[in-house]
Write a protein that binds this ligand. Structure first.
Ligand code: ADP
Ligand code: MG
Ligand code: MG
Length: 208
């Protein structure tokens, strides 16, 4: 993986987020304040606009720049969480010019850990972490096993989708949805949805 791959991945995520606008918006309107799509779209636009600057940097520095940019462009609960994800990935990749799958999986795990810490949340709380934690763990395992890219991406997508859907039956204990109590039941968490959409976009980009 190099910085060009990172930029391509962000562009793929941006396209996928835009393609899922109506669904993502309706989810945050149902159990949040309706701005999640706008927040994520703004973040994607900001990163894509940094393309010339990013392409000069090694992956570690590119992730750190992305994180810093997101901190100032995405508001709400998700902004600082997603920003800390990228900054931790950058820190984890320090000194690695061309991360391989295992190194990338390790960096992703560090990014997810940063979201857990900052959000003071874990699996089962009806947040983005319900997709990110199990998916990141599976990636680490598959990378350690040396799985080929096709089967790795297929399994990762299945994991992300199943865990995104599982948030429908959860009561939120973090974020705005927790004010709704049982009324949040039956609705997928918006952050879990955008996380799944992002995972799909990156996997599809890597296997097309
Ligand atoms: P806001 O809720 O401030 O309007 P967004 O709508 O952009 O921010 O993001 C909402 C999403 O953020 C939720 O769907 C959930 O996935 C995620 N989220 C909220 N609080 C937390 C937390 N403490 N830890 C992890 N994720 C969280
Ligand atoms: Mg919101
Ligand atoms: Mg908001």
């Amino acid at each position: 993986m190099n910085t060009q791959d990172i930029v391509s991945a962000v562009e793929a995520v941006q396209a996928a987020i835009l393609a899922n606008e109506a669904h993502i918006e309706s989810l945050d309107r149902a159990i949040g304040d309706g701005d999640h799509f706008i927040n994520v779209r703004r973040g994607c636009e900001a990163i894509v606009a940094m393309r010339p600057e990013l392409s000069q940097l090694p992956p570690a520095a590119a992730f750190e720049r992305i994180g810093m940019k997101l901190l100032s462009t995405i508001g709400g609960a998700s902004g600082p969480l997603i920003a800390s994800f990228f900054m931790s990935m950058g820190r984890e990749l320090a000194g690695i010019e061309q991360p391989d799958t295992r190194e990338f999986a390790q960096a992703l795990a560090a990014g997810v850990e940063a979201i857990k810490k900052r959000g003071k949340a874990d699996v089962g709380e009806k947040t983005m972490l319900d997709v990110l934690i199990p998916t990141s763990r599976l990636l680490q395992r598959l990378a350690a096993e040396g799985a080929d890219r096709e089967s790795l991406c297929m399994k990762i997508k299945q994991e992300a989708e199943a865990n995104m859907l599982a948030t429908r039956d959860m009561i939120a204990t973090k974020g705005r949805a927790h004010f709704l109590g049982e009324r949040a039941l039956g609705h997928i968490d918006p952050g879990a949805k955008t996380s799944q959409v992002a995972v799909f976009a990156v996997c599809d980009m890597l296997t097309e």
